[in-house]
Design a protein around this ligand. Structure first.
Ligand SMILES: [Zn+2]
Length: 293
């Protein structure tokens, strides 16, 4: 599943191609069941009607969500349209979703569910084989009220949005295994299974440790490790684990740099001990019994 670094990479790729572009027309799959599954809010019909003719004001990220605020309709009273008030197109890629800009003459790949023709002459397309992704359109408050978007998303762990002392307070207040805290999007936005395991390894902390039992030094190490693994992965254009590709359809290279994720049973790259695989917070978890305490 694409996590913060993968979504950040896509957002950076798409921003220059989409910012200021108008969506002239839309084409969606005829499979109503797929459509209802993907478009969580509003209805598929309203989604298409309300998106047509809109201008994408910017392309941003919040946690694992791609957030595209739309310019106010020309008829709307624009003076009242603050950031929280403006409508936005939001995409969550789920497991296998891809959002990319294509040349119109390129044949759509299998499982292309949405095509938006842009005034640049290019097409924004969404394909998703397993259909765990979701597409949302509306004002933030309405999406939360419709339970289509989380009411509470934790702070962004990078870009200086979270200080070390804020992180220490936050994690100390949560009495549960470190791994489940890291996966909880209302605690930190954007960290998933890959980077939770990688951060724990770098910090030398077992994922099963209780958050409120971490020492001051361990909390600091974890704070730094989270930022390191996310920023390093962004620099490597994300981890292509299942079928993640960036905004140009290319694979990232960070999967080659992962130290524990997906390496259960293989030797620890630091000490040579076979890495331990287990289940924690309902997810496959890998750690080193000797390096992580
Ligand atoms: Zn080790």
């Amino acid at each position: 599943m694409p996590e913060l670094p993968e979504v950040e990479t896509i957002v950076r790729d798409l921003a220059p191609q989409l910012t200021g572009r108008r969506i002239d027309s839309l084409q969606v799959t005829r499979d109503q069941r797929v459509l209802e599954r993907l478009i969580r809010h509003p209805t598929a019909r309203q989604f298409v009607q309300r998106l047509r003719g809109r201008i994408i004001a910017s392309v941003t990220r919040r946690g694992k969500y791609i957030v595209m605020p739309l310019a106010p309709r020309p008829t709307a009273k624009s003076s009242l349209d603050g950031d929280a008030e403006s409508e936005r197109l939001i995409v969550h890629l789920g497991m296998t979703g891809h959002l990319r800009v294509w040349e119109p003459e390129e044949a759509p790949v299998k499982h292309t569910h949405l095509r938006a023709m842009l005034d640049s002459g290019l097409e924004l397309r969404y394909d998703d084989q397993r259909q765990f992704g979701r597409l949302l359109l509306g004002k933030q408050d309405d999406l939360v009220a419709a339970r289509a978007f989380p009411a509470r998303l934790g702070p962004e762990p990078i870009h200086g949005d979270l200080t070390e002392s804020e992180f220490a307070d936050l994690i100390h207040a949560r009495r549960r295994p470190v791994k489940s805290a890291l996966l909880d999007q209302s605690f930190l936005a954007g960290v998933g299974n890959i980077y939770a395991d990688e951060a724990c390894f770098r910090a030398g902390i077992r994922p099963s440790r209780w958050t409120h039992r971490l020492t001051v030094r361990e909390r600091r190490a974890l704070y730094e490790a989270i930022q390191d693994v996310l920023e390093n992965s962004i620099a490597a254009r994300g981890s292509s684990i299942i079928d993640y590709v960036d905004g140009f359809g290319l694979r990232g290279t960070n999967q080659e740099k992962l130290l524990v994720y997906g390496r259960s049973g293989e030797p620890c790259l630091t000490c040579g001990t076979p890495l331990q695989g287990t289940r924690l917070a309902g997810r496959g978890t890998v750690y080193c019994r000797s390096c992580q305490r």
